[in-house]
Design a protein around this ligand. Sequence first.
Ligand code: NDP
Length: 374
Amino acid sequence: MFLNTIIIGKILMNTEIYFEKDGDLSFLQNRDIAIIGYGNQGKAQALNLRDSGCKVIIGNQDDDYKLRAKKDGFETFSIAESVSQAEIIFLLIPDEIMKGVFEKQILPNLGENKVLVFASGYNIGFKIIDPPEQTDVLLIAPRMIGAGVRENYLLGKGFYSFISIEQDASGKAKHILLALCKALGTLKKGAVFLSFKQEAVLDLFNEQAFGPAFGRVLLSSIYTLIDAGYSEEAVLIEMILSGEMEYVYQKFSKIGMVKQLDLHSHTSQYGAITRGIKFTSLPLKKKFSEILENIESGGFTEEWEKDINKLKLKFLKFFATRTRINKIEKNVRKNLQKKEYDIFDQPMPSKEDVRKAEIIKKELDDFEEYMNEF
Ligand code: NDP
């Protein structure tokens, strides 16, 4: 384990980071594992655990995902059956439906001395799910999509994860956690210990602050150039389709933001550094702090838990099909003979949806207007 002490405000924080030598697979002997959900993470994590010598079964509803698991050679069961059969239970289903599945299908079959493993801090960190006291509650949240979890395991490279322990009923939670991390392959790269809530907040902040702000900067650049008369094709190639930015971002990760400057021309280095000063007064920090506060206080979670906002999302995704950038992208992709030129489409909400959304009509009208200008 590596311990790095940092000072945030006036609080001393220790960052605990775990590596390969910290995990002992013998803690998984005679402990059967059930993976609930065979989607992005479920498939990848089930295969990694099995290849590391664990006994793994799959719990899923009767449908295509279950068939996929069978084809991959797993024994499959209903969610309820798999929960009663295994000692360690990974919950790898979408966060927004987890509470319902947990209360109806998992809790009644849980029994005692079980270990629950989450891949996101959301439901525990924001107290949406409240597991029984006699259960170990662990977090292994990969900073990687499912396909990457599998691919990097096979390549022996590993992937970063955020890990945590919310309840240690067995007194062995840390040993089990690190053994599972080793079997999944994450210790090859490093697992960072933090709380469930911190993991969830980091994830939501990235999605709600950095992501949209970055999107806005990109769009402003694209529209500035197109409105100044540059061709849509040339602008989209310059800003996105060339893949150059993707490559630069990879270099941020591999060698660092400052060092990667060396890979650009001197003209580029001079221009980027001298013009950077013009953007230091963007009011981002204030907005980012507001978004962070809304996430940390549970404001966002409370909003998203309401069914009306699932309906709102349907409308927002439909409005997104009408944005200026979606039209430009479709056109440019077609002209460049890219196969996926009309990938983003969303059906118009039904009459029934429109009727149900009557109570948020004003809000939807505002969003529609804002997205038409987007
Ligand atoms: P997916 O959307 O891929 O999960 C699909 C699985 O969930 C399928 O097995 C599906 O089975 C099942 N499922 C969906 N709806 C229901 C339902 N109502 N009842 C029972 N089962 C259902 O999920 P992810 O793998 O993306 O996410 C799983 C967890 O991993 C989440 O906690 C997420 O936050 C976390 N995570 C995800 C990452 C990612 O890259 N995707 C990265 C890191 C963490 P069926 O439809 O057959 O019921």
